[in-house]
Design a protein around this ligand. Structure first.
Ligand code: PGA
Length: 275
């Protein structure tokens, strides 16, 4: 599809407007100075009521990151709830550190740490058992994309989660080839793949709830608004642009503006703004 013909977010009809979800994945980066800077992100988040902001720092910073009133998430959890797993961190420990979310199935863990679809499923189950909300990452590699296998790959990854996710699952479509590369799919490709994932998630959860779908992969301050206006994008999972905090705060402000543009709530006093 021509990128210029990508479906854009509707600006009419629906009256329930969920907040956009913007998640910052610091990966193996971040220091106390960045945690202190979260005070400014909290101010930006306060000025963006249409956006839910989640910070995913390394484990050691998790407790302190929550001190600014922002929601936090971990970048992974072990699939067992406790036990002799030296060096691992369980979902209950993450929950006790104040986190609400946990990323599972990030491609850097799938590819470099050989995590299987079964591992990802078990981690999502562990997260739910501990009261955390899993954000499950799916997406194809460059070779899979070149072979036209994107839908086949995300189908396998999403089907492996059947019965393992909460009522309203959160899935992040992160094409592996777009992560940290400066490359990204066209808006039309993002819209198509998210629509496909949404149909899978609906079927696999028995249509019980509404999936929230994020896009991730080389999101920047420059392209965030463009991506957020693509039909089906409920938020972003951001790596490189989540640090320094000033960049992340700029994306949060853009998400707030995009949400206002895409939601009739701003024009319709009867509209409902859902959390
Ligand atoms: P990136 O990373 O934004 O640096 O491409 C995204 C991610 O890995 O979640």
């Amino acid at each position: 599809m021509n990128p210029h013909t990508a479906p854009m977010r509707a600006n009419a009809q629906e009256t329930v407007c969920p907040r956009m979800l913007i998640v910052g994945n610091w990966k193996m980066n971040g220091a106390m100075a960045d945690v202190e800077d979260l005070a400014s992100l909290a101010v930006a988040a306060g000025a963006a009521p249409r956006v839910e902001v989640v910070v995913c720092p390394p484990y050691t910073l998790l407790c302190m990151a929550g001190h600014h009133g922002l929601k936090t998430g971990a970048q992974d959890c072990h699939q067992e709830l406790s036990g002799s797993y030296t060096g691992s961190v369980s979902a209950p420990i993450i929950k006790a550190a104040g986190a609400e979310y946990v990323l599972v199935g990030h491609s850097e863990r799938r590819s470099r740490l050989a995590e299987t679809d079964g591992d990802v499923r078990a981690k999502a189950v562990a997260a739910g058992a501990a009261g955390l909300i899993p954000i499950v990452c799916v997406g194809e590699t460059s070779a899979e994309r070149a072979a036209g296998r994107t839908q086949e790959v995300v189908t396998r990854q999403v089907r492996a989660l059947t019965g393992a996710l909460p009522r309203d699952p959160i899935l992040a479509y992160e094409p592996v080839w777009a992560i940290g590369t400066g490359r990204r799919p066209t808006n039309a490709e993002v819209a198509d793949t998210l629509a496909f994932i949404r149909s899978l998630a609906g079927a696999d959860t028995g249509g019980r709830g509404a999936a929230r779908l994020l896009y991730g992969g080389s999101v920047t301050c420059e392209n965030a608004s463009d991506l957020l206006m693509v039909e089906g994008v409920d938020g972003l999972l951001i790596g490189g642009a989540s640090l320094p905090i000033s960049r992340f705060a700029a994306v949060v402000a853009q998400a707030h503006r995009c949400s206002l543009l895409g939601c009739p709530a701003t024009a319709d006093s009867n509209a409902v703004i859902a959390d």
